[in-house]
Design a protein around this ligand. Structure first.
Ligand code: MG
Ligand code: ZN
Length: 220
């Protein structure tokens, strides 16, 4: 019986991720891996982001889901190229799945590629997809204790988008406490406090993305 160790799988994944990153860098595409638990609002944030960057940044999207193409259909409605990866039960995306999706996208013409990971706050943090930035979403309805309970994703991320702040009055979410907890885990973290409903914080988030896109172009 051959036993495959988790660390061997992760090493193979890291090799493929490096190849993916090589492709992205050759074309000067900035790549963001979006992570969160289910229902935090990744697809909604993407819809708003695509609308705000329309005509300014050329964007493509890879949608990771365990099943259905619903999120991909929502994104396609924004008029951007989108590929759906159905993991058929697997709870995270890996670099090989992303490599298989790339030929379906006009990568050479893109400036920014979003990879919406499977909704899961645990293992997606361990799988490098070849992205340049990991961004974690945390909705105020999930509770401000999530960073302390799931520190890996907040340690790996470069930015966190706190979402659904229009619902703050109806929750016990401790915004200041949560931000200081996240900065304890990861002092360099950029935090955006947002509501897709009211538009709060989205300008700063979009400015962060545009700055990243400009920086990545310098690498190609
Ligand atoms: Mg989604
Ligand atoms: Zn998983």
């Amino acid at each position: 019986m051959k036993v495959i160790l988790a660390r061997d799988l992760l090493r193979a994944n890291a090799d493929q991720a490096q190849q993916n990153r090589g492709i992205f860098d050759r074309h000067g595409v900035a790549v963001v891996n979006l992570l969160s638990s289910p229902g935090a609002g990744k697809t909604t944030l993407l819809e708003k982001t695509l609308a705000l960057l329309r005509g300014r940044v050329v964007i493509g999207v890879i949608e990771g889901d365990i099943s259905t193409t619903r999120d991909a259909e929502r994104i396609a409605g924004q008029g951007v190229p989108v590929v759906q990866i159905n993991t058929e039960g697997i709870c995270h995306l890996d670099a090989r799945m992303v490599a298989r999706a790339l030929p379906e996208l006009p990568v050479a013409g893109l400036e920014l590629l979003f990879i919406e990971n499977v909704g899961n706050l645990v293992c997606p943090a361990s799988f490098d997809l070849g992205e340049h930035r990991k961004v974690a979403l945390l909705s105020v309805t999930e509770g401000s204790d999530k960073p302390a309970k799931y520190p890996a994703v907040f340690r790996e991320a470069q930015a966190v988008v706190i979402s659904k702040t229009d619902l703050l009055p109806y929750t016990d979410f401790d915004l200041a406490g949560c931000c200081s907890e996240m900065h304890k885990i990861n002092p360099g973290l950029d935090i955006f406090v947002t509501s897709a409903k009211t538009g709060e914080g989205l300008a700063a988030w979009v400015a962060w993305l545009e700055k990243m896109v400009a920086e990545r172009k310098g690498f190609s």
